[in-house]
Design a protein around this ligand. Structure first.
Ligand SMILES: CC(C)[C@H](C(=O)O)[C@@H](O)C(=O)O
Ligand code: SF4
Length: 471
């Protein structure tokens, strides 16, 4: 029988399936961080249970960590407490921790791939919604709640209903200045922040296949922003090339065996999806969000859609979102002043993102009215950036290169955007207060963020390409 990629991986991991009940799904890898694991460990302790397979669990500290002076004790009390709890729990239960100061520390969704922990065909979970990022490798990866974290720690299994499947195809060639982030913001703007609810999405088509692994991660990362359980992309030569030689990737004979299996991981030609959508890459321009959910996005040259054009039932919340943002119906965004530029988060803080920003700003300066924070996704990204001299480019441009963590993506540490200020951000959520109480977030690609950093206003990056300084 022909199967989708999701079905192939799912079926290979079902421990037990009974009509009328959720499946018992085996979990290959469990990633944990300081925010959603403390209660789960407490639960185990209360029941006198160990972590069943500690070697399949990997921990990092990311959400609460400061991004300046990480070698010093964490000042903020709640953050310090959470990170200390993680350290204590990992030591007690025998779980590997890449905590502050460790060369592998970083945002959980950045370190899994770069360490070769994230692999095709795996089932992976984390108490974190953006676990969908790992789907870029052709894995079933999704976020779970704290009680499920406890379930997985105790049993290495999870009770899960088999999801419905959706295929989203993007075909054709991307326009100049259009990046993976624009593709996913475009898709979400078309199908809405609820358009993927209940589905596992497979991204396919020539425009997707042409993307690097890091760009594919950006796409899969935001699957959750349209309500999907997860998103994935069939592994191919680009995937295998990326994985090969990474620290925890299989080697030698194990590699050959794994590779042979990975090559079977694609949706069969006649596999049935519950829903199929198709987009043309040529229709996509650099994107920006203007509202308070990631579905409220538009091409950067467009005008904000009118409230009256929204469905009746949504007009109230639509207007509320525009009020929060300080925007009006039919306004263009180009030329509006911004206050902060945040380049970071599990969506866009990998080395390719930093390289692209550095290349763009080389020989340019940040505008005087903006503060620019570059927050690498991990210690390894930071190290690589410094080795490549990107830090010097950022410094010369007046950008602040900080230490790794979630940072202003959600402002759980001190990296908060002040009330009322506009932040051009490469992160994935623009919810009210997301980057700080009353902060206003505009989601964009790293390239569009770099353009705003240089001009101090919302800018169509295409007008600044063909940098004279670049050969
Ligand atoms: C703190 C954590 C549970 C949360 C998530 O699940 O996504 C965070 O990572 C986020 O991006 O909002
Ligand atoms: S970077 Fe942002 S989206 Fe990603 S895990 Fe951290 S808080 Fe969540």
């Amino acid at each position: 029988m022909s199967k989708t990629l999701v079905e192939k991986i799912w079926d290979a991991h079902v421990v037990k399936s009974e009509e009328g009940f959720p499946d018992i799904l085996y979990i290959d890898t469990h990633l944990i961080h300081e925010v959603t694991s403390p209660q789960a460990f407490d639960g185990l302790r209360k029941r006198g249970l160990p972590v069943l397979r500690p070697k399949q669990t990997v921990a990092t500290a990311d959400h609460n960590v400061p991004t300046i002076d990480q070698h010093l004790p964490i000042k903020e009390e709640l953050s310090r407490y959470q990170v200390d709890m993680l350290t204590k729990n990992c030591a007690e239960f025998g779980v590997e921790l890449y905590g502050l100061g460790h060369p592998f520390q970083g945002i959980v969704h950045v370190i899994g791939p770069e360490l070769g922990i994230t692999l095709p065909g795996k089932t992976m979970v984390c108490g974190d919604s953006h676990t969908s990022t790992h789907g870029a490798f052709g894995a079933i990866a999704f976020g779970i709640g704290t009680s499920q974290v406890e379930q997985v720690l105790a049993t290495q299994c999870l009770l899960q209903q088999k999801p419905k499947t959706m295929k989203i195809e993007v075909n054709g060639t991307l326009n100049a200045g259009v990046r993976a982030k624009d593709i996913i913001l475009y898709i979400i703007s078309k199908i809405s922040a609820a358009g993927g609810t209940g589905y596992f999405i497979e991204y396919a088509g020539t425009a997707i296949q042409s993307l690097s692994m890091e760009a594919r991660m950006t796409i899969c990362n935001m699957s959750i922003e349209m309500g999907a359980r997860g998103g994935l992309i069939a592994p191919d030569e680009i995937t295998f090339e990326y994985v090969k030689g990474r620290r925890f990737a299989p080697q030698g004979e194990a590699w050959d065996k794994a590779l042979a299996y990975w090559k079977t991981l694609y949706s069969d030609a006649d596999a049935q999806f519950d829903s199929v959508l198709s987009f043309d890459a040529a229709d996509i321009e650099p994107m920006i969000t203007y509202g308070t959910n990631p579905g409220m996005g538009m091409g950067i040259t467009q005008h904000i859609p009118a409230t009256a054009a929204q469905p009746d039932s949504e007009q109230f919340s639509y207007q509320k979102a525009l009020d929060y943002m300080g925007f009006k119906d039919d306004e263009p965004l180009l030329g509006k002043q911004v206050d902060y530029v945040f380049i970071g988060s599990c969506t866009n803080s990998r080395i390719e993102d930093l390289r692209e920003v550095a290349e763009f700003v080389y020989g340019r300066q940040k505008a005087p009215n903006v503060e620019v924070w570059i927050v690498p996704g991990s210690k390894q990204v930071e190290k690589q950036a410094i080795e490549e001299g990107l830090d010097k480019v950022f410094e010369a441009a007046g950008f602040g290169l900080r230490e790794p963590g979630c940072s202003a993506c959600l402002g759980m540490n001190e990296d908060k955007i002040p009330a009322g200020k506009y932040c051009i951000s490469t992160s994935n959520r623009n919810f009210e207060g997301r980057q700080g109480p009353n902060a206003r977030t505009l989601l964009v690609s790293p390239l569009t963020a770099a353009a705003a950093a240089v001009t101090g206003q919302i800018t169509d990056v295409r007008t600044l390409l063909n940098h004279p300084e670049l050969a």
